[in-house]
Design a protein around this ligand. Structure first.
Ligand code: 15L
Length: 267
């Protein structure tokens, strides 16, 4: 078994998808943890003149962008369902190209933005138990399928090439929860930064998979592997519950939003 990598906190981090929803907030929040960011996106990144503006299909740009970085945080890609060809290009081929550029450049760690939709067809346990991270992959969309690929790629690059990789099965990211489902699946920006920091610094052995949600009272995804990395979530969607339920009503147990981990992505 590989010795856990106790490497010091990575300093220069390549952030892909830096202009996206999550990337934008991580650009604001991660520097306070001591990171310098090299930003990568296919569109210009506001306020980041030095950002690499390129597509994930551009191997030369990925090769240049990964030189000298301590770790990669991979947030780029299509963030919802789309035609298979688009998902395959951005989320499958693009993720492979990035991982391989990072390996070639000698990057030690990759934090990968997976999604709950890799296991979206998992049913809510009737006994009120939480869903463990080692539940079988059950993608709910081509998008979720691409996240299964990314997780398996992260596993392969850990086992075959010795990188430390962490897959974050992100829930519903946003400033606040916007649906009844999100009362259990919300990930606040502050907790997202805490989780990414934990994933960048924890001693890991090979590939770790964690759910990325806040400390939601109604959460039903097992956070113990995330906590084992040092993640200490501070936010809880429950503070929005009364207002949201008054507006939207409770979910019936046969509603896909209640029944399946991936919610409406399953239908
Ligand atoms: C995701 O993976 C999506 O990127 C996001 O748009 C939300 O749908 C989120 O999951 C969710 O499940 O709420």
């Amino acid at each position: 078994m590989k010795t856990p990598n106790m490497a010091a906190q990575p300093r220069l981090v390549l952030l892909t998808g830096a202009a996206g929803r999550i990337g934008t907030r991580l650009r604001e929040l991660l520097p306070a943890y001591g990171y310098r960011l090299r930003c990568f996106d296919r569109v210009p990144v506001p306020g980041e003149a030095a950002a690499v503006v390129a597509d994930l299909s551009d191997t030369a740009a990925l090769t240049a962008a990964t030189q000298g970085v301590d770790a990669v945080v991979h947030m780029a890609g299509i963030a919802g369902e789309a035609p298979f060809a688009d998902i395959a290009a951005a989320n499958i081929d693009g993720t492979y190209r990035l991982f391989d550029a990072a390996r070639t450049a000698g990057v030690r760690r990759i934090v990968y933005a997976s999604s709950n939709h890799a296991v979206g067809f998992t049913e809510r346990p009737a006994d009120g138990a939480v869903v463990p991270v080692d539940t079988p992959q059950r993608p709910d969309t081509y998008y979720g399928l691409s996240k299964c690929f990314g997780e398996n790629l992260a596993s392969l690059y850990a086992d075959r090439h010795g990188l430390d990789t962490v897959s974050l099965r992100i829930g519903s990211f946003g400033d606040e929860p916007r649906s009844i489902r999100a009362l259990g699946t919300w990930l606040s920006p502050g907790d997202c930064a805490r989780l990414v920091h934990a994933a960048l610094t924890a001693p890991v052995t090979g590939h770790a998979v964690v759910y990325g949600v806040s400390a939601n009272t109604r959460g039903w995804w097992d956070l113990s592997t995330a906590r084992a990395l040092g993640y200490q979530p501070q936010d809880d969607a429950e503070v929005y519950a009364q207002e949201l339920i008054a507006k939207l009503g409770e979910l019936p147990a046969d509603d896909p939003e209640y029944r399946y981990l991936g919610g409406r992505f399953t239908h």
